[in-house]
Write a protein that binds this ligand. Structure first.
Ligand code: CIR
Length: 261
């Protein structure tokens, strides 16, 4: 494992809010969430990021922002610019303020402005290609604004229809710049022509979400069959238990913003 190689990578996280039980839910029934267990899993997730060589910077969790642990939805970090999102769920809009206050010291800032909406979970960056999910959280105005912001820096933008899941990155994430982990039942595969695609095991539809840290991976321990498929790539992968956070419809990418300072 090459943790030393990742030492310059920052992972911004946000502690679990004591109000997480009041989280937004779109595709799952509401079940009790054990705050202590969710916090312990989140702490183990942060330790795994450190094991991968990241410097973890944790922002505090406001008691009145149930979903704030899912910091990925508040911003998209590109090499050239940080894009502050305008989350699609009204209850999540206030989450961006504290994140912006910290991120403005890291990058030039761009913003999705009203009436645009976009969650960071809908933005997949693979090299110089950006894919944006047309989900229930991201509207056409948000996509137009993102297009203008990223095309200036030479990225290509592709809009992807998302079916039966919350975000684009519920359905497809990057293992490397050229290899994607994908659930073909939730996004059209032809959009990703030219990429090597690792399909999730059909019995694990929520398994397409993986965190890439440099040349290494962090993945949910809840998808052992898909993990076997990923292991065939011979890329180091740390599994973590995020079962309690999954009850709030969270997955592994949503709990961090990873970038090189
Ligand atoms: C929400 O519905 O907004 C939260 N309960 C879950 C957000 C998960 N975020 C993500 O996958 N990027």
């Amino acid at each position: 494992m090459s943790a030393v190689a990742n030492r310059s990578i920052v992972a911004a996280t946000r502690a679990v809010s004591p109000a997480i039980a009041n989280c937004e839910l779109s595709h799952l029934p509401r079940v009790p969430i054990d705050f202590a267990k969710a916090s312990a899993q989140h702490a183990a997730y942060e330790r795994a990021l450190e094991q991968l060589g990241c410097t973890v910077h944790q922002l505090p969790a406001p008691a009145d922002m149930p979903d704030s642990v899912f910091i990925e939805d508040t911003a998209v970090m590109l090499q050239e610019i940080a894009l502050i999102m305008r989350p699609g769920a009204e209850s999540r809009r206030r989450e961006t303020g504290d994140v912006e206050d910290w991120i403005k010291h890291q990058r030039l800032l761009g913003r999705i402005e009203p009436p645009g909406t976009m969650d960071g979970g809908d933005v997949l960056v693979a090299g110089r290609a950006i894919f944006v999910g047309a989900s229930s959280r991201t509207n056409a105005d948000g996509v137009d604004q993102l297009g203008r912001l990223v095309e200036y820096f030479g990225y290509t933008l592709n809009v992807v229809e998302v079916r039966g899941c919350l975000h684009l990155k519920s359905a497809v994430t990057a293992i490397t710049d050229d290899t994607l982990l994908i659930n073909p039942a939730q996004v059209p595969v032809d959009v990703f022509a030219g990429y090597e695609l690792v399909h999730v095991d059909p019995d694990e539809p929520a398994a397409a979400n993986i965190v890439r840290v440099g040349e290494q991976l962090l993945y949910s321990a809840g998808f052992p069959r898909t993990l076997e498929r990923i292991a065939r790539l011979s890329i180091p992968v740390i599994p973590v238990d995020v079962s309690e956070l999954a009850k709030a419809e969270g997955a592994v990418t949503c709990c961090s913003l990873i970038f090189e300072p």
